[in-house]
Design a protein around this ligand. Structure first.
Ligand code: WQD
Length: 351
């Protein structure tokens, strides 16, 4: 990806662009003037997302958006996408993401997440497009020895196949630059993305029982579930519940745009944490959400969930210094925007 190109001349392929983080990133890219091609097989996303994206960005920006309903593993389709569009860079979100399901379906998780990445970089190489941003996760740090986590903190063994796919895809992408220094790889390690676009038009829409805390709390708030199950109150934390670095999905989306701008004209492989640097406990999140929705939210204490760590939060100095990016929103705004989305779309994109 050349340094001299403006966003208006830059075409970005976004795999998984209809998903939670993908859709918010597509909005930010279109608003900055990028041309965007989304490839998504809609296996865990709704086509309504595209209409909502267009509603947010307006008709003129929406003209720069192309959607292709396809699986990233479909080499023929991907080949066509690269032949029809002059893709400068790829942001790769597409993949399965449910931790618990990954334990039950390891073959599907390894095959889909790793298989689609290999299919993607193979086509990219053929078309001499060698700039890729990968959607990685703080899960690669495992149970940390020390906090906050910097990019130098060691990677630890994952506790589930989902985590291993993030771990291994990082290694795969890192390996590309060794024999071919033209590759330009950015690995973004997200902490815990929550919240929604302030318009309330796009947000997180998990299928079935939510695995993650905030989508579950949101469904309790909207009356779809009775009480939040708090997984453990005997951790070595101020209130005994697990501590995480929650980050607003709009901050995360801005982080992708900042990474794209930074990587133009560069080569190599660089890792960035994207978090706020602040930890919040499960009970603090429930309280913040209660304040946002204006009512008490019932919760019950349950045993610890297997594989959970006590606490993690990021040191985001590197992203600030190199990308010029900092998270702007706190937990109150994250809960406000999540509630705005959830209350206007109680059943997600299904109405
Ligand atoms: C947060 C805290 C739970 C649900 C995982 C993946 C990560 C990323 C995000 C996903 C913990 C507690 C949770 C509930 C609870 N990838 N909790 N009741 O485990 O930090 O990270 O999701 O796509 O890679 O590992 O996030 O939201 O599940 O949990 O008490 O119903 O909330 O124990 O302390 P986690 P989470």
């Amino acid at each position: 990806m050349s340094e001299t190109k403006t966003p208006q001349d830059t075409c970005v392929l976004v795999t998984g662009g209809c998903g939670f983080i993908g859709s918010h990133t597509v909005v930010v890219l279109l608003q900055r003037g990028y041309k965007v091609v989304v490839v998504d097989n809609l296996s865990n996303a709704s086509p309504v997302v595209l209409e909502r994206i267009i509603q947010i960005v307006g008709q003129e920006a929406a003209e720069q958006l192309t959607f292709c309903e396809a699986d990233v593993r479909d080499a023929e389709v991907l080949e066509k996408v690269f032949s029809q569009h002059d893709i400068d860079a790829v942001i790769h979100f597409a993949g399965y993401k449910a931790v618990g399901e990954s334990v039950q379906k390891p073959i599907e998780y390894f095959s889909n997440n790793i298989g689609n990445t290999l299919a993607l970089v193979d086509v990219m190489r053929r078309h001499d497009c060698k700039s890729i941003v990968f959607s990685s996760s703080a899960t690669v740090y495992g149970d940390p020895d020390a906090l906050p986590l910097t990019e130098e903190s060691p990677k630890k063994p994952a506790t589930n196949p989902y985590g291993w796919t993030k771990w291994m895809i990082e290694e795969i992408l890192h390996s590309l630059v060794v024999p071919d220094p033209d590759w330009n790889v950015v690995l973004l390690r997200y902490f815990n993305p929550i919240g929604a676009h302030p318009s309330g038009l796009i947000g997180e829409d998990p299928k079935g029982i939510p695995n993650n805390l905030v989508p579950y709390v949101a469904q309790v708030a909207v009356g779809r579930r009775d009480a939040v199950h708090v997984f453990g109150d005997d951790y070595d934390t101020p209130d005994g519940t697990g501590v995480r670095d929650y980050i607003h999905v709009m901050d995360l989306a801005e982080g992708h745009a900042a990474a794209l701008a930074w990587m133009a004209g560069r080569t190599g492989c660089e890792v960035f944490n994207l978090g706020t640097g602040r930890g919040s406990s499960v009970l603090e999140v429930i309280q913040a959400y209660a304040a946002a929705c204006g009512r008490e939210l019932p919760y019950v204490i349950e045993p610890r969930r297997a594989g959970d760590v006590t606490a993690n939060y990021a040191d985001c100095t590197k992203a600030r210094e190199l990308l010029g990016w900092v998270a702007r929103y706190g937990i109150a705004e994250m809960c406000r925007d999540s509630w705005n989305w959830q209350s206007h779309n109680p059943n997600g994109y299904d109405g």
